[in-house]
Design a protein around this ligand. Sequence first.
Ligand code: NAP
Length: 312
Amino acid sequence: MSTAPIFRRVALIGFGLIGGSIARAARAEGLASEIVTTARSEKTRARVAELGIVDRVLESNAEAVQDADLVILCIPVGACGPVAQEIAPFLKAGAIVSDVGSVKGAIVREMAPHLPQGVHFVPAHPVAGTEHSGPDSGFAELFINRWCILTPPDGTDPAAVEALRAFWAALGARVEIMTPDHHDLVLAITSHLPHLIAYTIVGTADELAQVTSSEVIKFSAGGFRDFTRIAASDPTMWRDVFLNNKEAVLEMLGTFNEDLSKLTRAIRRNDGEALFEHFTRTRAIRRGIVEIGQDSAAPDFGRPHPPLKKAE
Ligand code: NAP
């Protein structure tokens, strides 16, 4: 335990990749005197109890939030509105209510109307994740050096924003504050569109008639493999992201389609100069991401390779 508790009781609604990672990191850093969690299914609750990371596992969201100083909804975006309505009457005055949803405008629209006066609403989005889900998928280091974006509505108590900022910083994250709409536009291009493209390309490959699916899998290291990791992400989560960030995704998709048409034309017209110029520009973006420590500089993403066998 390396830090003094920031909150007395933290209630996590949902215990999957994100809820489970928050619980593990908060426990390791001693950020809460007590961590209470709920999960929708009996199966997940039983597994969370078995893992022994939190102090109490409850079936009732209402019971979990009672007397909690910080409540974080770690469930799919589409479920946040109904759960906010369910817990509202049981929230303690002065409690901070937050979430981890990958979309922010819809979260504010769906949750805020239910929350009572005297409760501080500070939505959050940790920009960190993997393609895995469920109670066993989380790990304490998930948020280290990743960004967590807070989108407090105008007029939110600065002390509540600061307390949540300190919590995420103690989990290892770098914290930035922006409006929900700006968040949704930025994430539409950096996260939502890449996922849509990955889902599309993997689906297209799966439906090809001229190339067998065993060939697609066999020769996947040609680039396809890296899309398959993203396209293995949780279907419920991503359905909710696209349904709840429709406008921003459609706007980015329009721009993307125009750019794809330009590259298609360059290929058709044998315009090597246009292709070379475009690929040079995109390569520099990759370098920038590595330089600010948001990805590994190791060749092949640091994947282990078996040693080359010496010829007999
Ligand atoms: P996850 O591993 O699938 O866990 C989801 C949790 O929510 C589980 O405890 C599940 O309970 C519960 N749940 C599912 N549907 C529910 C419903 N209708 N009502 C109440 N509880 C429900 O998901 P996750 O990856 O942690 O994602 C949770 C949130 O984090 C999402 O809003 C997502 O947008 C956001 N997020 C995800 C990532 C990522 O990379 N995965 C990154 C940043 C933010 P059961 O296990 O009992 O079904």
